[in-house]
Design a protein around this ligand. Sequence first.
Ligand code: NDP
Length: 264
Amino acid sequence: MNYQIEGRVAVVTGGSSGIGFATLRLLLAEGAKVAFCGRDTERLSAAAETLRAEFPAAAVFACRCDVLNAQEVQDFAGRVERELGPADMLINNAGQGYVATLEQTPDSAWLHEAQLKLFGVLNPLNAFLPQLRRSDRGSVTCVNSLLALQPEEHMIATSAARAALLNMTLNLSKTLVEQGIRVNSILLGMVESGQWRRRFEQRDDRSQSWETWIAGIAQKRGIPMGRLGKPEEAAQALLFLASPLASFTTGATLDVSGGFSRHL
Ligand code: NDP
């Protein structure tokens, strides 16, 4: 399959691990030029080194940038254009979830979740919009969660913030369609990645292996496919929506949850 993105510029926020990193590998395999950001410089450099070793001829640009800092994101956008040319695809992936019930969630966490889910997309969108407008196939693709439609009590603030993001992305798709820019999202269930690795490190039963622990979560949560998703599986959905293969699709969501969805 030809994704028609060879030589095109793709930007992935939060590309130094997990789903973002898997997405960068797929984009590079399809011949795109890639730029990515993250906050931890060591993780960023290690990710860039791994990608350059795997794709020696590829254009890879990594830059430290917190998506919640509008000025840093503006600077990142300027540097991307100078290094690689104007962006054609923006993939908003940076972030993490907040596991806590109502009683465990302070006001500050509510505010932070809302800020991360909304401004984590708005800041990159504002910074890259002038570049995307100049592309003949501009796209914005957001990583979102099934929590947006199927809230969970143990992630109350994240669920609400995810719903707000879903609402905003549908609205953006209407605003930007006239400018030739498509806006879509993926809705994730649970995907093996950095977040789950960190939760694994804090597990109660230290004798459990990663495989047993992950299988236990899939069983306990009742994921019909009996496992968590792989980062590559989320990345494949992102690549499709970001690429011209989805040229007549905007304002859409693609479920990547192993059958976990229970809403119509
Ligand atoms: P990882 O922790 O593996 O990757 C997160 C990436 O985002 C890292 O590169 C991290 O780098 C970066 N990042 C986090 N915060 C910021 C920030 N403020 N500015 C810039 N970069 C940032 O997690 P995943 O791959 O699992 O997560 C990717 C996305 O998928 C997240 O938005 C997450 O909420 C979402 N998601 C994941 C699910 C899952 O089960 N894995 C389920 C539902 C949604 P650094 O820390 O160095 O900044």
